[in-house]
Ligand binder design. Sequence first.
Ligand SMILES: [Cu+2]
Length: 315
Amino acid sequence: MRQLYRVWFSTMSAVLVSTALLGCSSGSNSGGSSAAGDTSKSRGATSSTGATTPMAPTGKTGPTGPTGKTGRTDTTTTPPAAQGDWGTLSGQIVWGGKELPPVTFINVDKDQAHCLGQGQIPREDYVVNPKNKGVRWAMVWIAVDNEGKADVKGKMPTHPRFERVSPAKVVLDQPYCRFEPHVLGIREGQILEIKNSSPIPHNTNLIGGALNPTLNVLLAPRTSKEITGWKAAVPPVPINCNIHGWMRGYIRVFNHPYFAVSDADGNFKIENAPVGKFRLLVWHPEAGWVGSDKNGKELQIKPGTNDLGKIALTP
Ligand SMILES: [Cu+2]
């Protein structure tokens, strides 16, 4: 079930998170990748210090843009005039509750031989790193600011490096009766390959709502299905398996490459974002909107490094 959460954004140097809500600490970090969701909530939290574990989104979350360190690649595609027009956002999603959530396991009542092949399956509602309180699987992204509202269809400047939608395909696999990754961001134009690399069948159920693909298909062992036609939308697209009721995944679709999913340390990084005023949105499948509602918070992106510090997620 859901509750309301609230969040505190710690702001930092260049990035300003407008805030009528709570404020928090600061920090510095970087790292991750992203995704997003819908519901609302609020409740307070706190956060604080933390660790600084940079990281680069790669692989897993797929659609997240390339993670190259340097940002702009070559002068052929990046006009010198654009030099100061892009910034990199980084930060860390941290647990704002008093006690860390306990690790619990799924009650696997089907296909145990395969599903438990790598041991018990931990629940992914809240995956919090006890070392630094980092919360995994939060999606972070920016949106065009339309008079204080997040405009999900708004066009934003795209760094030359991201003009081409790449990679063309994003994979969502189902190893050992869970979705990998648990939270996935897709950019319009990308193909989603739903894969079943396991030796047992899964019945994949995708609920796309008004704008995105909906399907309910039996995926035989070691087969996959490619799905196109993704459109940026406010609600996330849940995915589950009708055979194994505990399997849950979440997809969010964007019309730009500026999103990331927090990693195992809670870190996220969004590179080569346009300079200027945008909305910052953070969503977690269980907590819902973090620190705001579907319109997010104002964010001023400056050229170069934008450290958002710690963003507390409080259940
Ligand atoms: Cu399944």
